[in-house]
Ligand binder design. Sequence first.
Ligand SMILES: Nc1nc2c(ncn2[C@@H]2O[C@H](COP(=O)(O)OP(=O)(O)OP(=O)(O)O)[C@@H](O)[C@H]2O)c(=O)[nH]1
Length: 298
Amino acid sequence: MSEQQHRSGFVTFVGRPNAGKSTLMNALVGEKIAITSSKPQTTRHAIRGVVHRDDAQLVIVDTPGMHKPRTLLGKRLNAVVQTTLGDVDVICLCIPADEPIGPGDRFIDQQLEGFPRARKVAVVTKTDAASKQRVAEQLLAVTGLREWDAVVPLSSLRGTQLDVLVDQLVALLPEGEPLYEAATTTEEPLSVRIAELVREAALEGVRDELPHSIMVTVDDIVEREDRELVDVYANLWVERDSQKGIIIGHRGSRLREVGADARAEIERLVGKQVHLDLRVKVAKEWQGDPKQLGRFGF
Ligand SMILES: Nc1nc2c(ncn2[C@@H]2O[C@H](COP(=O)(O)OP(=O)(O)OP(=O)(O)O)[C@@H](O)[C@H]2O)c(=O)[nH]1
């Protein structure tokens, strides 16, 4: 194949919280990069995953869910979305098959008008969770929103139609050389990926406003010289003392569970045994504090 025919470019997935964007990106990249959870607004960073093919390279940028900002963190997250969308070749709007199209979807669809350069693809996600008829109705409803460059129904969970989406996306990319080396699946530094795995474990089973209050930082990752062992020093931040109690649980039982879950995922990532030193700390109302936000990398 000549260099000319190779295609490469940037694709992003937008959609209301819980639409299945992160799960889809992980399924496409074939490796756990963005963390997923049933809590809305799990994604906080613009994360890149890379899909490699002989004839193309798709760089996927994951964005936080678009929403009306309530906190300073919310505002900064929306700014990340705006910058990301101005910069990509294809924007995919994800709409779950198992829920009717609502004001949230329409709001985001309208925002797409602001990015005329990008090609636009509708992805109907979670087809496994809806009947055939429901999927067909949803496809019709989605088609009514605007003129799309492609409309693809799929299930990330079952892995159905993922190849169809990739084919469609590749066809919409400009011709160009690969942007990343073949072995690269993400640009995220190891410390960030580890912090996200700890946050994912901590999100399991927490409710109400607590999910948004959780932040994880990694102080140090130390490889032992004498053994195949990695020491990870991480902090789990919450906004209030009462939240600290919830995270730690009765006699530390919840924290131990979170640590064990996170450790298993980190071991899978680094391919070595891991010792996880996890401390719970309070950063008072960090979501509204510019100094704290800066410290957490927002
Ligand atoms: N049945 C089914 N569930 C799915 C599928 N894809 C995602 N989900 C579930 O939907 C929920 C939300 O998925 P995410 O990928 O975190 O959604 P998101 O759009 O990235 O969410 P935010 O980060 O909040 O913007 C999770 O509970 C997933 O397991 C799918 O193909 N089928």
